[in-house]
Write a protein that binds this ligand. Structure first.
Ligand code: BTN
Length: 158
């Protein structure tokens, strides 16, 4: 018991030094922050604008798809979404949004997470389900497509 006291002291000092080192690293590398607001382009060349995210995490915007499963003329379409606001998100929030296509009978839902990559660039990693309208229940089996999209922030021309 008598010999344990200096050991405890050394352990205490070592832990204190480690705590200081962690604080220094945190100061040098500020918390990652990925924000959904702004203009984005995905791997298909589709463009998306998210105007504002409100205090509850609700957001809205517009989507200009580069491709379509129809023969219709593509039109800019509205989107509505929701972002997780829990403290566990640590600046890289999960989110979901729905695009109600203005030029077809379809709906797409996206779900994903807003990341900051190793170069400090924001990226949205998403999966989507595109539901097309079919004429009857017999055709339901072929009504849903699934895929992934990666969005990066559109750099504004200065
Ligand atoms: C339609 O064809 O009925 C509506 C347009 C669907 C476009 C899809 S949604 C998933 C994928 N990601 C895009 O950016 N565009 C396609």
């Amino acid at each position: 018991m008598v010999q344990a006291t200096p050991l405890l002291l050394v352990l205490f000092l070592a832990l204190g030094a480690q705590g200081l080192a962690v604080k220094k690293v945190q100061a040098e590398f500020p918390a990652l922050q990925c924000s959904l607001t702004g203009r984005w382009v995905n791997d298909l060349g589709s463009n998306m604008t998210i105007t504002t995210v409100n205090g509850n995490g609700a957001f809205a915007g517009s989507y200009h798809t580069a491709v379509t499963a129809t023969s219709n003329e593509i039109k800019v379409s509205p989107l509505q979404g929701s972002m997780q606001k829990s403290p566990n998100q640590k600046g890289q929030p999960t989110f979901g949004f729905t695009v109600n296509w203005s030029f077809s009978d379809s709906i797409t839902v996206f779900t994903g997470q807003c990341f900051v990559d190793e170069y400090g660039k924001e990226v949205l990693k998403t999966m989507w389900l595109l539901r097309s309208r079919v004429e009857n229940i017999k055709n339901d089996w072929k009504a849903t497509r699934v895929g992934t999209n990666i969005f990066t922030r559109l750099q504004s021309q200065e």
